[in-house]
Design a protein around this ligand. Structure first.
Ligand code: FES
Length: 120
C-alpha cells in the first residue's frame, strides 16, 4: 500500500497529448500529463516564478511555461531552458481501474540540478 496516495478521478479526463492541474490538500497544485500511453506528474507551479505550467504547452516530454518560456522535462523535473534553472518535483502517477492515482511524496531525482542551457 502506497502512503500519500490520492485518487484524481477518471483517467479519461486527460486525452493523449494533454495535461491537467489538480489541487491536492496540503500540497498545492500537481500537473498530470498523458503522453502516448504513459503518465507523468510534476509540480504545476514553475520553479522560476509563479505561473501554472498546465496553462503553457506540452511538446512530447517537455512542458513550456506560459510566463517566460522556461522548459522542463516532465519525466525528471529537470529545467531545460533559461530562465528556469531549478527543477520541479515529479511524482509517481498511474492508472488503476480507469482511475488516476498519484503518490504525493515527490520522487528523488539526482540528476536534475545541472545548469540549464539557454534555449531559442
Ligand atoms: S515563471 Fe516559468 S519561466 Fe518564468
Amino acid at each position: 500500500m502506497v502512503s500519500n496516495l490520492v485518487e484524481l478521478g477518471e483517467a479519461s479526463q486527460i486525452p493523449k497529448g494533454e495535461m491537467k492541474a489538480f489541487s491536492i490538500d496540503g500540497l498545492g497544485e500537481i500537473a498530470v500529463y498523458h503522453v502516448d500511453d504513459e503518465w507523468f506528474a510534476t509540480d504545476d507551479v514553475c520553479s522560476h516564478a509563479i505561473a501554472s505550467l498546465t496553462e503553457g504547452w506540452l511538446e512530447g516530454f517537455t512542458v513550456i511555461c506560459p510566463a517566460h518560456s522556461g522548459e522542463f522535462d516532465i519525466r525528471s523535473g529537470k529545467a531545460l531552458c533559461f530562465p528556469a534553472t531549478e527543477p520541479i518535483n515529479t511524482y509517481q502517477v498511474w492508472v488503476e481501474g480507469g482511475k488516476l492515482l498519484v503518490n504525493t511524496t515527490p520522487n528523488k531525482n539526482d540528476d536534475t540540478h545541472a545548469s540549464s542551457p539557454q534555449c531559442q
